[in-house]
Design a protein. Sequence first.
Length: 273
Amino acid sequence: MVRAVIVVHGANRNPDYYFEMMVDVVQGADLMESTLVIAPHFQTTADAPASSEPAWTSGGWKRGDKSVSDHGAGQRVSSYEAVDDVLTYLANGRLFSKLESVVVTGHSAGGQYTHRFAATSPAEVSHPNLRFRYIIANPSTFLYLGPERSDGIGGFNLPDREACPNYNEWHYGFEDRNSYASRLTEEETRERFLGRDVVYLAGTADTGESMLDMSCGAMLQGEHRYARALNIFDHMNAYFPDHGDQLFHVAGVAHSSRGVYQSLAGRDALFSW
């Protein structure tokens, strides 16, 4: 086993589906013998977690918030720390002596999780023996590294604060960050994110409103998911021209995790690096 793929579920919190879907993708690439697939489950209290399991709010697990209670685990834990712990386990050379690379990826709400995790997790710094890639697929919103947003005509400006006072708060931006994210300064977070291998998978037909964040801060990022992917990439080009992010347009695919990951672009992002 030389690679691991950690795939984060969407808002429906259905890790079994994501696990089976990713296994299908890996099998289709004829890489099962060399690939470990992990699909974490971020439960909420509605999922009736066991007494020994932590649980998060339906919005908090995407943002890296702490669990709502320790549920017998001894302490409240950030949802990002949970994957940090998985990565620490994988980095143990005595257990995984042949492991070379790790992909952290997620679709929809899982893409929101992955984008913020890429900007804040210390795992890559802690485990220099591994190569990391972060693949963000069709999220409802993105983390902006600066306060500017699209003006709708190809440029960027500062939005009207009176009309949308919370548009730059975590996890849309850097203001009012949670305890996990605030361990770094804004500049440290930018530096960390800009040094990482980040790929955006954007379905060109993902233009609907189903489960789309329609809040003021989200709408400033674009009218739908595909537009928001284009805008975040344009923002990176405009304000951080030396970034190494990549944007793959997945032609004809709407809000479908299977469609995105099974596409040629999806397989290339996962395995050809």
